[in-house]
Design a protein around this ligand. Structure first.
Ligand code: GRF
Length: 199
C-alpha cells in the first residue's frame, strides 16, 4: 500500500511515522509528502528521509478550495496513493477530497474527541480545567474533527502542570498513538460500521 502525508508545519508526527516505517511497525510505502506551505519543516524531514515525492502546492494559485483540492487529489492518484494521513495539515478538506478517499483519510487530534474540537484543543482543555485530556486518531469525514474514531489515549492533567508540560505530553502521546492507528489501518483492522470502527 502507498500512502501520503499532508502536513503544514513542524512535522513531528511525520517523523514518528517515518520511524515506524523503518521499524516495520507500519508496513506501507510513504510515497508522497505534500504541504500547502513551501517552508514547512515537514518537507525537510521528508527529503532527508528520502520520500520519493516531496512537494508543495500554493493555495493562492487556485481560485477556489475545490480547485486546490482537485490538484492535490490528482497528484495523489497519479502517484497511486491508497490512503492519506493528515499530520498537522491546517486546511479543511472539501467534499470532493473526502469523496475521492472515502474512509481512507486519517487525522490526529490533540484532545479526546468529541471534546475540544478545533485548532486550539490543548489550550482549551487546559484552561477548561479538565483532569484528563488526550489524543484521538480518527477517520476524516465532511465535518471537522468528527469522523469515526480509530484509537484514543488519555493524558492526565495534574494540578501543578503548566500548559507547556501538557502540550509536551500530548505530543509524545501522539507520536505513539498515530503510528499505531496507521498500522491498524494498513493491517485492514479499521472497518467502519456506522460511527464505530471495528477491528
Ligand atoms: C499535532 O498536535 C496534531 O495533533 C495537530 O497538529 C499538530 C501537528 O504537529 N493536528 P506536527 O507538525 O506533527 O509536529
Amino acid at each position: 500500500m502507498n500512502f501520503a502525508v499532508l502536513a503544514s508545519g513542524n512535522g513531528t508526527n511525520l517523523q514518528a511515522i517515518i520511524k515506524a516505517i523503518k521499524g516495520k511497525q507500519i508496513k506501507a510505502t510513504l510515497r508522497v509528502v505534500l504541504s500547502d506551505k513551501p517552508n514547512a519543516f515537514a518537507l525537510d524531514r521528508a527529503r532527508k528521509a528520502g520520500v520519493p515525492v516531496v512537494t508543495h502546492l500554493l493555495p493562492k494559485n487556485f481560485s477556489t478550495r475545490e480547485l486546490f483540492d482537485q490538484a492535490v487529489v490528482d497528484l495523489l492518484k497519479k502517484e497511486a496513493v491508497d490512503f492519506v494521513v493528515l499530520a498537522g495539515y491546517m486546511r479543511i478538506l472539501s467534499p470532493l477530497f473526502i469523496e475521492a478517499y472515502r474512509d481512507k483519510i486519517l487525522n490526529i487530534h490533540p484532545a479526546l474527541l468529541p471534546a475540544f474540537k478545533g485548532a486550539n484543543a490543548i489550550k482549551e482543555a487546559f484552561h477548561y480545567g479538565v483532569k484528563v485530556t488526550g489524543v484521538t486518531a480518527h477517520l476524516v469525514d465532511e465535518n471537522i474533527d468528527n469522523g469515526p474514531i480509530i484509537a484514543q489515549a488519555a493524558v492526565e492533567i495534574r494540578p501543578n502542570d503548566t500548559l507547556d508540560m501538557v502540550t509536551e505530553r500530548i505530543h509524545e502521546t501522539e507520536h505513539t498513538l498515530y503510528p499505531y492507528a496507521i498500522s491498524l489501518f494498513v493491517r485492514g483492522k479499521v472497518k467502519v460500521v456506522g460511527r464505530r470502527v471495528m477491528g
